[in-house]
Ligand binder design. Structure first.
Ligand code: GLC
Length: 471
């Protein structure tokens, strides 16, 4: 690699390194931010929303019944029916549709929700045409955006994340929007519960987990996919902002949707590079969810792209290509959001001679011819961006485990974290890097207990059904 290029790439890689001291400081800052969010009723950019989910107990695996679940969280809308068997197992039917891009932006709440209602109706016709008319099926609605929730089946959208932007939907009750559109189509469905995907993941993993076998208690449900976020069970006395008259008398705690994507929006502790700033400026929720923008699948590819463009503008890569095209770069490289984290996952582990595999991928996906030096740069940057993401992901896990650990002091079990999402499930080395950072932070100092990451498949579907089952 030419020496100037090598120097610059090494500097960037260095900038993306995360040290132990920083991780420990950020974990403490996360714990403090949790407390601030649990105190303040009004949401603010300054702290995590810490949204009460109105779920006051965690499943034990004995729940039974047939429920529907609908899941809007990112690029897809999923409808499922779930039969809980009451023995930690379930049976599920499901259908999935990609959300048309023109319904994510420049459209209206009604158009989006009427599309969703039609998909629910189509699912019922295909799988449950046998359900009797008088039985209203209960539906759990997983809606994975920040919602100001005021009851198990009520909540208004605070703001969009992950590329959605339908301004007229903000402040509207999303349960009402779905229910009214389902009613218009005369479907026999009652939207009984509203849940964030992380709440669903927590409940789904707790249902599937049999602590006698796994010797562990499920304490966090989280997503590392298009976005990132987590939920956990908090004691009522630690949620000063909650109006206790809205909570059943015998409840001891409530599930909290942290919306940790918004951890440290003020950037008091998080590492920030000029590339993070450029990326934020391209998003429709600028200044918000800055933690998520350093971690989740929607942003990893864009960070890589922004860095490559910088190296190009500094005259360090793609110069011959630029000239041979008469003064332009392929539009898939020059336009934002064209690189998915799935592509990065192949670049990350390419060990072919001269990184020829990466070459083919860049040609196919971005129509971008590369030389071997450029491919090496791409791989190094990819690895740096992804390992920073995984290391940062350990912060909320360590903070929450540390916070809930005293509740389990009379119990020998380990802690387990139910995770879902394409990045944690499929990105090579992501889980290993989270674990490495967890060890550095060591949130359970002096204890023999371990923290296990367990993939909670279909968390949002089963979890939403479990929420509906509590109503
Ligand atoms: C975004 C949303 C959050 C969701 C997460 C994972 O951070 O704001 O509600 O849980 O993505 O899908």
């Amino acid at each position: 690699m030419n020496s100037e290029l090598e120097k610059v790439v090494n500097e960037i890689v260095e900038q993306f390194k995360v040290e132990k001291e920083f991780l420990c400081k950020a974990t403490q800052s996360f714990v403090d931010s949790m407390d601030t969010g649990l105190k303040h009723d009004k949401s603010s950019r300054d702290f995590m929303p810490m949204i009460p989910a109105y779920v006051t107990s965690i499943p034990n695996g004995k729940e039974t019944g047939l429920f529907l679940a609908a899941d809007l969280g990112g690029t897809n809308f999923r409808v499922c029916s779930i039969k809980l068997n009451g023995d930690h197992t379930f049976a599920m039917e499901q259908s999935k549709a990609e959300i048309p891009r023109d319904l994510m932006k420049n459209s209206t709440a009604d158009e989006l929700f009427s599309y969703l209602a039609k998909k629910v109706k189509a699912f019922l016709c295909e799988y449950h045409s046998d359900v009797e008319d008088e039985e209203k099926l209960k539906l759990g609605f997983t809606f994975s955006f920040p919602v100001n929730q005021t009851a198990i089946n009520r909540g208004t959208l605070m703001r969009w994340t992950k590329g959605f932007d339908l301004p007229d939907c903000v402040d509207k009750d999303v349960v009402e929007l779905l229910q009214s559109n389902l009613d218009k189509l005369e479907t026999n469905v009652h939207v009984a519960a509203l849940a964030n995907d992380t709440v669903g993941t927590l409940l789904a993993r707790a249902y599937a987990n049999n602590p006698e076998e796994t010797k562990s208690n499920t304490v966090i449900g989280c997503i590392f996919g298009t976005g990132t976020n987590g939920a956990y069970f908090e004691s009522l006395e630690n949620i000063p902002k909650l109006d206790l008259s809205t909570v059943p008398k015998d409840a001891a705690g409530m599930v909290i949707n942290t919306e940790w994507g918004s951890f440290d929006n003020l950037l008091q502790v998080l590492p920030t590079s000029v590339y993070d700033e450029i990326l934020d400026s391209e998003t429709s929720n600028k200044g918000f969810h800055l933690f998520e923008k350093r971690i989740s699948g929607m942003f990893l590819g864009e960070l890589l792209r922004v860095i490559l463009i910088d190296l190009f503008e500094r005259g360090l890569i793609f110069q011959d290509l630029y000239k041979s095209r008469g003064g332009s770069l392929p539009h898939r490289l020059s336009e934002p959001w064209q690189l998915s984290s799935e592509v990065l996952s192949y670049l990350q582990i390419d060990d072919s001679t001269d990184l020829k595999m990466s070459g083919l991928i860049m040609e196919n996906v971005l129509r971008l011819p590369t030389n071997s030096e450029e491919r090496l740069v791409i791989q190094k940057i990819t690895q740096a961006v992804a390992s920073r993401a995984a290391h940062l992901s350990a912060i909320p896990l360590a903070a929450i485990v540390q916070r809930v650990a005293p509740t389990y002091k009379d119990d020998e079990n380990d802690f387990e974290v139910g995770c879902d999402g394409s990045v944690v499930e499929f990105y090579p080395g992501f889980q290993a890097n989270i674990k490495e950072a967890l060890q550095l932070i060591d949130p359970l100092k002096g204890s023999k207990k371990k923290i296990h990451l367990r993939i909670a498949k279909d968390g949002s579907g089963v979890g939403a059904a479990l929420c509906a089952a509590t109503t």
